[in-house]
Design a protein around this ligand. Sequence first.
Ligand SMILES: NC(=O)N[C@H](N)C(=O)O
Ligand SMILES: [Mn+2]
Length: 280
Amino acid sequence: STDGGFCSAPSTFDEEEASKSLYWKVTNPTLSPSHLQDLPGFTRSVYKRDHALITPESHVFSPLPEWTNTLGAYLITPAMGSHFVMYLAKMQGKSRSGLPPHDVERFIFVVQGSVILTNASSASHKLMVDSYAYLPPNFEHFVECDGSATLAVFERRYAFLDNLSTELIVGSTDKQPLLETPGEVFELRKLLPPSLPYDFNIHIMDFQPGEYLNVKEVHYNQHGLLLLEGHGIYRLGDSWYPVQSGDVIWMAPFVPQWYAALGKTRSRYLLYKDVNRNPL
Ligand SMILES: NC(=O)N[C@H](N)C(=O)O
Ligand SMILES: [Mn+2]
């Protein structure tokens, strides 16, 4: 749908309320108990060989080179050993995205505010909180915002396979069906098609308080995780971390991983996972 209106002025009251409440804590995290805030050098962030926890008080934003009026904080990059990048993009007034490098695919997820995505055929889509878009490699597009918006962005050099190709995907989480999760209790949605052309997927996983992963996972796939709602304990390798909305986690291949949701509200996290390509 195209909308001549401002990109961050939702059209109806309840949309505004919804867009204000959903994922609100990601951009308004409880940085740390007030008596700890002044504690010099205090952070929950950790960077180890096979995992990293990056918490909001550690974010370092700088202008995103190819973008206009947008600050970016790269949280996961190949310097950690990943084959993808994950960054938060804070779009301000009159901001516009730049293109990823040649042969690089992009996934954007709206965490706060709203943006307008326009593609080469000048079709445009308004993306509110909880909406997302997948842009194939070398796909002409730009994202614009007149007000303010925060995006979680994943980019990866596309792993071409035979003559397969991917397509533009635009959607919203709440419209995706729940998938079977045999042996697990969390609710699962996948934001991309499971078909072979797609070399990663984005999982949205929901846990009620007290629910936890049944499998203490160890697998060849990598993860970039953004905790959208709730809090709990993440086990990574031999370490156990209290985590909350706004936290980002890097999981290298084979790092033992496990999550338990705590508190009174559900936990929801967004998870990058590479798929459909032989690890050899
Ligand atoms: N750490 C995770 O939540 N991993 C997912 N269950 C997964 O790998 O599919
Ligand atoms: Mn996993």
